[in-house]
Design a protein around this ligand. Structure first.
Ligand SMILES: *Cc1c(COP(=O)(O)O)cnc(C)c1O
Length: 402
């Protein structure tokens, strides 16, 4: 008999323990649904932290993938290919930037942004060699490379991985005065998420991001916004920055940019900043390969044609009102934007991780973060009926008396 347990036992022998997955071995996905090897069906309310914003196996993106894979999947950047321009044109026009540079993982794109703004600081702002500083936020998550964990404030991410990269200053998220005081003539950039995802869907005070933008303009500091998780419709607008009409100097995208099929990430910025990259100064073998660009283009087309950002706003408001009406004694706070919701659990009454296991048992995939928060971030294609289906099960778990 095929069981989840048998796969888990085999995998545990040969895989690193750097994750703590729920005990479901997934074998198929379609739309908002996943199936495990035992045939159990789950509604995915995690969507791989926005990587599955378009849902699993979106037919239009799948077709673009298969068509392109059978013609040309990968070729080196030592030559041009015919899919690059149309994807970058679509991406730049969508986010209102001049140029974009493609990478694969989100972490690589953040590293790319850091290189760009450091160079800009030296070459355009005249910062003395190796003195450039970037201000980052407490509770940030930008990826797992050594460069990026160097300025993480999460001890689990850093323990015994040092020595770390210098040149970063940490201030509290959402505190404009602390940010003001941290700026020096050596500050080349401020790097932030518009809403902190991994930290537990932490929404800063309204107007904060706009104030950060103003502060950057006044001090000749570049604003770098990591929208890898928040971008491409997740918060109910194309970019979370759009809620406050903020235009970052460097925008970072990833996750949903791959349409649920491939790792595709990018930075998008002005020509002046992108010109910091000269031949040989940066690169990635797979970054911007034909398959990735064809899939990325299809992902942007679907985002527009299916109004995924508007859907996220509408369905997010619906889900939020249903959750607020639950009035479960286990819940201390519910917050979020669009289809991106954090639910705080009273630790004296329940453990978030246990609730996620109970949700799994009911057919819902959700994930806890920082012990007390449950994140809900379903694919943006989720329907009202599917939310109702989920709410019945969520209500059951949140009112279960053990
Ligand atoms: C997931 C994430 C990253 C890292 O992306 P990877 O593709 O896992 O490297 C960076 N920033 C934010 C805000 C993220 O949510």
């Amino acid at each position: 008999m095929i069981t989840n347990q048998s796969f888990i036992e085999r995998e545990d022998q040969v895989n690193a323990k750097n994750y703590e997955p729920v005990p479901a071995v997934i074998t198929r996905g379609e739309g908002v649904w996943l199936w495990d090897v035992e045939g159990n069906r789950y509604l995915d309310m995690l969507s791989a932290y926005s990587a599955i914003s378009h849902g699993y196996a979106h037919p239009r993106i799948l077709k673009a993938l298969v068509d392109q894979a059978s013609r040309l999947a990968v070729c080196s950047r030592a030559m041009y290919h015919d899919k690059m321009a149309e994807f970058l044109e679509a991406l730049c026009s969508l986010v209102g930037q001049d140029q974009a540079l493609l990478m694969n993982s989100g972490a690589e794109a953040v590293e790319t942004a850091i290189k760009a703004v450091r160079r800009f600081g030296y070459q355009e702002k005249g910062i003395a060699p190796d003195q450039a500083e970037i201000i980052v936020m407490e509770g940030n998550f930008h990826g797992r490379t050594l460069g990026l964990i160097s300025f993480s404030t999460e001890s689990d991410y850093k323990k015994d991985f040092g020595p770390f990269l210098p040149g970063f200053k940490v201030v509290p998220f959402g505190d404009i005065n602390a940010l003001k005081e941290a700026i020096t003539p050596n500050t080349c950039a401020i790097l932030t998420e518009p809403i902190q995802g991994e930290a537990g869907i932490i929404v800063p005070p309204s107007g904060w991001l706009k104030a950060v933008e103003t502060l950057c303009r006044q001090n000749n500091v570049l604003l770098v916004v990591d929208e890898i998780q928040s971008g491409l419709g997740r918060t109910g607008k194309i970019l979370a920055c759009d809620h406050e009409n903020v235009k970052p100097d460097v925008l970072i995208l990833g996750k949903a940019l791959g349409g649920g099929f491939l790792p595709v990430s990018a930075i998008a910025c002005s020509r002046a900043i992108m010109d910091m990259f000269t031949p040989g100064s940066h690169g990635s073998t797979f970054g911007g390969n034909p398959l990735a660009t064809a899939v990325g283009k299809a992902a942007l087309d679907v985002l527009a044609d299916e109004n995924l950002a508007e859907r996220s706003a509408e369905m997010g408001a619906y889900l939020m009102s249903k959750l607020k009406n639950l009035n479960s004694p286990l819940i201390t706070e519910i917050r979020g934007k669009g289809l991106w919701i954090g639910i705080d659990i009273d630790p004296s009454k329940a453990v978030a991780h246990d609730l996620c296991l109970q949700l799994l048992h009911e057919g819902i995939i959700a994930k806890d973060t920082h012990d007390i928060t449950i994140r809900l971030a379903p694919p943006l294609i989720i329907t009202k009926d599917e939310i109702d289906w989920a709410m019945e099960r969520i209500a059951k778990v949140f009112f279960r008396i053990d």
